[in-house]
Structure formats: C-alpha cells, structure tokens
Unconditional design. Sequence first.
Length: 318
Amino acid sequence: MSAFTRLWRRAPAWRLMIYIMIFFTIMSLFFPLPWMLAHAPWLQRLPGMQPPNGAATASTARDQAVNNGQGSQAQADAPDDTNRLMTPDITASLTGTIPFGGHTLPLPAGVWHPVLTGQFGPGGLMLINILVRTDRGVVTGVMIARTATEQLPLDVVQSAASHCHDDRNYRAHIYADRPDGRNECAFIANAVMGPNGAISSDELIQLAFKRLSALGFPMPSLFVVANWILSSGATDATKGSSGITYLLAPTKTGTVQLLAPLPYWDKTTLSQVPTADEFIQKTDRWFSRWVPLLRQAMTHDAGSPTFSPDLAHDPSAP
C-alpha cells in the first residue's frame, strides 16, 4: 500500500479538502471572477461559459487602453461625441512657438511640456492646449490656450469677457467692447489652489491639474493669472475667438514657497508686502507688451512671429 493510499484512508479531513478544492475549481471556471478574466481572458472562450456582467466590458476597455499606447491617449467622449481629448507624453519639450489652430502661438521663456490637448464644445468647435513649465522639477507656469475659427454665440463671448470687469482683478485692460460681439481684453488676477489640486471650475483645467498632481509635480498654493481674450464681431471679415491664460508661480526660485503669505495676495492687502506687489507690477508690464504679440499670432495664418528673448521672459521664467 502506497503512502498516498494510507493517507487517503486515515485522513478524512484532508480527503474532504481535496473534494472541496475540486468543486470550487469547477465552479470558478463556470463563474469566473473579473480578476480571473483579467489574467486569463481565454476563460471567456470556453464553451457555454459566460463572464459576469461588466467583466467583458472592463476587459475590452483594458485591451483598448493597451493598444492605444498604455493609456497615453485618453479619449473623453461626451454623449454627442464632441470632446476629443488627449494626454500627450509629458516628457516632450517645447520652446519658442507651437502650431495651434492654424496659427503659430508664441511661448514664454523656458521649456514647456504638454499636459492636455484636443477639441471640445458643440461639434468639437473649440481647440485647447494646456502646457506646463517647470524649473528644478517645480511648476513655474501653466498655459491654457483655447481657440475657435468660427463666431461664438454672443452670450458665450460676454460671459468670458465679464471676467475682465471683475473688481477683484489686480489690473484690467479693455481693448475692444462692441455690441456686435467684438471683444478684446486682458486682466491680471490670482487663483488659489483648492483641495486635490482644484484651481478652477472648468472641468478641462481640473483634468489637467489632476494629471499634474498625479504625476507628482510640486505646485504652489496660489498662481498669478494673466488672461487675454479676443473674439471677433458679427461685422468682422475674419471670424474666430481665442483665449490665452497663463498661471505664473509667484514663488522663490526652485521652491513652492510664495513670495508673501497667502492672505496678502488679496488686492486690498497686496501693498503691505512689497515683493508681492512688485511681482504683480512686473506681470502687468510684461503682459502689456506680450498681448500685441498674441493678437498678431492669433489673428494671422500660421507664420513664425519674431520676438526678443527679453519679451518672452515673464516674472516666473527660470
């Protein structure tokens, strides 16, 4: 008599475990769990065996993500299939200018990296490109560029332009404000970082900052905002709208430490901290000289705008 036979006869508990193991192995083949399907997709192809609800969908989604470059391209389709967004390789380096919506968009000084790009809005009308600039691994700036080659509804234009008239702005410049929808303005304000990297109610900006947070980019608790808005009017021959926003980090070099404590960045208390007040003044002077370049770039077909390195050097530039 072999050792196995003697054990089989003398160990009823061990024998019961063998029976239970065989039973549950068979049941798992008939009713595979999602994690089993993920590691053994061939289970779905066994005759007469169906995966649980949602398992096939989850597996297909994972396969598509792998086929699309391990998730480097994120497709965010709205119900009407108008949002087509991508998260490009953030290690790509951009300097000088970039093509954008049939134009050549100048970049402030430094090396910029793509965070989010694509189309959104009805019919994918609007183009968006969000870039980040870093110095020693710390975020020094974020650029949010939007443009459309068609006339936007008047209420959309007025809603965007209303930010130029906000009393909380440090500075504001109105270049055009016509009843037919022709608007151009610029303003300097601030944006405070909220919980989980939330800095705006705009879902696309939230998505970009969530990606930066997930990738571990150190960011300050406040950014100084330099925003330029341009929209054509009903009587203009060339139609289109553009909005270029820069979030500049008012921090000490190579750190996320603000030049002044957070409460002093309010418009009413800014003058109490000369370093913070000086940063706002520098931003306003730089942006006033930068806006004409943006206007030229976004109202003409693609070309290479020429500008000096000094003009591109914003107050947060490395």
